[in-house]
Design a protein around this ligand. Structure first.
Ligand SMILES: [Zn+2]
Length: 388
């Protein structure tokens, strides 16, 4: 990663602080400002294999050493009593992309995530049926993002109630419906132009990563049926317990990644399905207009206060323990630390977004696309500081 400086200008199409708060770090002229991180996963998918289960988790008695099913693109593994984790490896296929899992009690089951395709949701349902025949109470989208919800139509077609944060359905309508039927060249043109107009190697690389991301997004957006959650969960009513018969999950809502994030905790067994509030061994995706860096860091601080033996099923990356929380907190500290130095030195936000240098320590952490991760994290931090 070069630290060559850019010289301002229309970096990432950003033209004002207000926009930094309200959109991605690229042009608001395009409806693509409102799209999800999905495309980024898609383009990244070819590059980054999933790390193996950490040695300490391989000997954790809750975690089965062998998955009940492994299709390459994802595997499903027992991680507790009636608890299963679906872990995706996008380098081997794009059927699921995000992680998920399910809870299976004596009387009912709860599925987690709609994934990026109906085939992904179907894969998880099949895995559930390998271990349990109890009725499915619901399938929860941990948040509205595309890679967690575009497979919802599978659940809809199978009569499974679709649960999500009360605002998730509207955000899917606002963000994904306009993509369908949009003109490809009109959509991607501004991103191609940014690559051509880049004023430094760093800017060019960042612009190219964003172009790859939105290209992937566009391809899939136009081949998916948007299927909306029909069981809205009012965050004011959380935490909420779900009794599955000898197994209780608790839904809780936290700020950070998307403004619609709901996690599932199983307090009795110290297991948490975090959705994208945790990226395990990845740079966090911060572009969402409702993402908040300070809010997210506070949320992660709370996770760090959970029991020391907590097992986390992240939205992306490998299952982890508290070391995974420590690690993403360090990533945020590093971004904030570098950004603050630039802020103090008077480097404009637009330029600072491109000057961040990935430290040696995190060089194997996937960066989906610069304009979905580091760029907007720095823009949002600047906006917070300027707002003080
Ligand atoms: Zn997400």
């Amino acid at each position: 990663m070069s630290n060559s400086s850019s010289n301002g200008g229309e970096v990432a199409g950003v033209r004002g602080d207000r926009q930094l708060l309200n959109s991605l770090s690229f042009s608001r002229r395009s409806f693509l400002t409102k799209t999800s991180c999905f495309g980024a996963f898609y383009s990244l998918a070819k590059l980054i294999p999933l790390p193996a289960l950490a040695a300490e988790l391989a000997i954790d008695s809750r975690v089965s050493p062998t998955p009940i099913v492994d299709k390459g693109f994802a595997s499903v593994r027992k991680i507790g009593n009636g608890l299963y984790a679906t872990i995706s490896d996008p380098s081997k296929g794009t059927t699921t992309i995000c992680n998920g899992g399910f809870l299976a009690g004596r009387e009912g089951a709860l599925l987690i995530e709609g994934f990026i395709s109906p085939a992904g949701a179907s894969f998880q349902m099949d895995a559930l049926r390998m271990v349990s025949q109890v009725p499915v109470k619901g399938a929860l989208d941990t948040h509205y993002h595309y890679d967690h919800s575009m497979g919802n139509s599978f659940y809809g077609a199978n009569g499974v109630p679709l649960w999500a944060h009360a605002t998730a359905a509207q955000r899917m309508v606002d963000n994904y419906v306009p993509l369908q039927g949009a003109d490809k060249q009109a959509a991607l043109g501004p991103f191609e132009k940014r690559v051509k107009d880049a004023k430094s190697d760093a800017q060019r690389q960042h612009a190219q990563s964003d172009l790859n991301a939105v290209t992937g997004l566009f391809q899939v957006a136009n081949t998916s049926v948007v299927s909306l959650p029909n069981h809205p969960i009012d965050p004011a009513k959380l935490p909420m317990s779900i009794d599955l018969g000898g197994l209780t999950g608790v839904m809780e809502s936290y700020p950070g990644h998307s403004g619609t994030d709901i996690l599932v905790r199983v307090p009795d067994q110290n297991v948490v399905y975090t959705g994208d509030l945790l990226f395990s061994g990845w740079y966090p995706v911060c572009f969402d207009e409702k993402a908040t860096v300070s809010g997210w860091r506070d949320t992660l601080k709370k996770f760090a206060g959970f029991d020391k033996d907590t097992l986390f099923v992240p939205g992306h990356g490998q299952i982890c323990g508290q070391e995974g929380i420590a690690s993403i907190r360090e990533v945020f500290d590093d971004i904030a630390g570098q950004a603050e130095k630039m802020y103090q030195a008077g480097v404009p936000a637009e330029e600072a977004q491109h000057r961040y240098v990935v430290p040696e320590k995190f060089k194997n952490f996937p960066v989906f696309a610069w304009g979905f991760t580091i760029g907007p994290a720095i823009a949002k931090l600047y906006a917070e500081w300027q707002g003080k």
